[in-house]
Design a protein around this ligand. Structure first.
Ligand code: ADP
Ligand code: ADP
Length: 216
């Protein structure tokens, strides 16, 4: 599904990634752990087309994504990649359903079709009666599940999650990681998750450890 080879990235004189090789199979849940500053977020951003490596290549489903230019980057990202962040970044003035539909609208899916899919996802994620709620009317765990529904709406090949449970209590954090497993089991969904929580990382198929810009 994903193959990254020889990824290097520096900010100024600071070498952040020093030649990272990384592969993910379809339907695999991979956790990336390691100390703060190891380069985990930087790697995730590069794998997800949010940033470009100085050298090396990232291939997602046969497309060399670091070679995409201009508008193609955003189009490819919106159609193939889902993101979940520590802070959900839901738009406060929009309802849960409206937030979930945003990536579908960007992909020019019609409103009816997008809303039907959003309702299916709400149901699947245990949020059936929360569709009309605004983010501030939802609990932290519910907000994060809405963010996951938004990441899922365009049926992405892969979901990148950066500390998705970092802002949740331990019960909600465990529930969120269990949800990733359920989505993998039912839909063969692929995940790459950066987490500080080694206990939760154990729910993945594989744990990758980073230190000083390398996978160790
Ligand atoms: P981790 O996610 O493992 O904590 P990061 O990838 O966030 O590590 O950061 C690795 C290092 O890169 C840190 O020292 C951070 O300050 C630096 N860094 C990250 N992004 C930038 C940036 N845009 N400009 C300069 N330095 C950055
Ligand atoms: P995390 O610890 O969750 O990885 P960070 O605080 O490292 O988050 O980074 C948050 C954001 O700030 C990221 O988008 C990262 O690229 C950027 N960033 C981190 N360190 C620096 C830096 N030294 N200079 C500029 N941007 C940075």
């Amino acid at each position: 599904m994903l193959k990254a080879t020889g990824i290097r990235k520096s900010y100024g004189n600071l070498q952040i990634l020093k030649g990272v090789n990384f592969e993910v199979q379809k339907g695999e849940i991979v956790s990336i752990i390691g100390p703060s500053g190891a380069g985990k977020s930087t790697l995730l951003h590069i794998l997800g087309t949010l940033d470009k490596p100085d050298s090396g290549s990232v291939e997602l489903k046969g497309t060399v994504i670091n070679k995409l230019v201009g508008d193609m980057v955003g189009v490819f990202r919106n159609q193939n990649i889902g993101f979940v962040f520590q802070f959900h970044h839901l738009l406060p003035e929009f309802s849960a359903i409206e937030n979930i539909c945003i990536p579908a609208f960007i992909a020019k899916v019609n409103k009816k079709q997008a809303e039907t899919r959003a309702l299916e996802l709400l149901d699947l994620l245990g949020l059936k009666d929360r569709g009309q709620h605004k983010p501030n009317q939802l609990s932290g765990g519910e907000q994060q599940r809405v963010a996951i529904a938004r990441a899922l709406i365009n049926n992405p090949s892969i979901i990148f999650a950066d500390e998705p449970s970092g802002n949740l209590d331990s019960e909600n954090a465990a529930g969120l990681h269990q949800l990733f497993v359920t989505l993998r089991d039912n839909f063969n969904q692929t995940f790459v998750i950066v987490t500080h929580n080694e206990h939760l990382a154990r729910t993945s198929d594989r744990v990758v450890s980073m230190k000083d810009g390398l996978i160790v």
